[in-house]
Ligand binder design. Structure first.
Ligand code: APR
Length: 265
């Protein structure tokens, strides 16, 4: 994809962007806020960190889920085959906690960022629906949903918001047990959301890509961030820590999503 830039929103000099001897803190926020103001098309890639301030645990932080639970015991097809009740009890507890969560100022700011003349396209790794609850309209879930169950025998997919579940594991009409409709380690991403993202990139110029609250552990997250950059986007990492995006970012807004994102409006 050829690199296109809006003439009216020239990129600041690389030295300023890369932060080498460039601006820090407040100036960076001002820089990104200007970019948002001029933007017609914003891509957002979110991870567990954006839901942290809603009380939803992340995975790889010090108090993250994978520090307490071995993903091989809960988030693989083999684990589910081995002990579906154990896996479903774990997800059931996450669902009960998730049902108490509400969108935080980070989710709300992204929803408010979308307006006539400014598209905000959100790709999320999260299996909660806090972006939708906050009012965001274009949300693509690449890792599935905690609120859906799926039958591997007949392909039935059901919305199920019981907390707690009345039957563990929840049964399918065909007699098979349902699984969480969530992408587990070792599984491919569902083709529909990937197709949606592919079509989004074909639609052309992107002014800004906000990567919020993710370690960027997976290659496809890095690939999509790079594709956004190649489509003209300023690449901004919103995270209290350094993430896997490393040096490909233009600006790192070091802070919590719920504190940083409202400052960009
Ligand atoms: N605001 C912004 N970022 C935050 C906040 C916050 N309040 N709190 C934590 N973070 C950052 C952490 O610094 C970390 O970089 O969020 C990131 C969370 O990283 P992970 O726990 O690895 O979550 P994520 O990147 O979404 O994991 C991706 O891995 O296990 C799979 O399916 C799971 O979807 C998940 C995927």
């Amino acid at each position: 994809m050829t690199e296109e830039r809006y003439p009216e929103s020239p990129s600041p000099p690389p030295s300023l962007l890369k932060g080498e001897g460039g601006t820090k803190g407040r100036e960076d926020v001002a820089l990104v806020r200007e970019r948002v103001a001029a933007a017609k098309n914003v891509m957002v890639i979110t991870g567990a960190g954006i839901s942290a301030e809603s009380g939803v645990p992340t995975f790889r932080d010090d108090n993250g889920l994978w520090k307490e639970f071995n993903p091989l015991d809960y988030a693989t097809r083999e684990a589910f085959r081995r002990d579906p009740v154990k896996v479903w009890k774990w997800y059931d507890e996450r669902r009960v906690n998730m049902a108490q969560a509400r969108p935080n100022p980070g989710h709300l700011a992204l929803a408010a960022m979308a307006r006539p003349g400014r598209r905000v396209f959100i790709v999320t790794q999260n299996v909660d629906d806090l972006h939708e609850q906050a009012g965001s309209k274009e949300v693509v879930h690449i890792h599935g949903s905690l609120w859906r169950t799926r039958c591997e025998r007949d392909g039935t997919v059901l919305e199920n918001r019981e907390t707690p579940l009345t039957e563990v594991p929840p049964p399918c009409m065909c007699g098979e047990i349902m699984r969480p409709d969530i992408v587990w380690f070792g599984e491919n991403l569902p083709w529909q959301p990937v197709e949606q993202i592919h079509h989004y990139f074909l639609e052309g110029r992107i002014d800004l890509c906000l990567v919020v609250g993710t370690e960027a552990s997976f290659g496809y997250i890095l690939q999509w961030a790079l594709q956004a950059h190649e489509a003209g986007a300023m690449l901004v990492d919103v995270n209290p820590r350094d993430s896997g995006l490393g040096s490909i970012i233009d600006v790192h807004l070091r802070g919590k999503a719920g504190e940083v994102l409202p400052k960009l409006l």
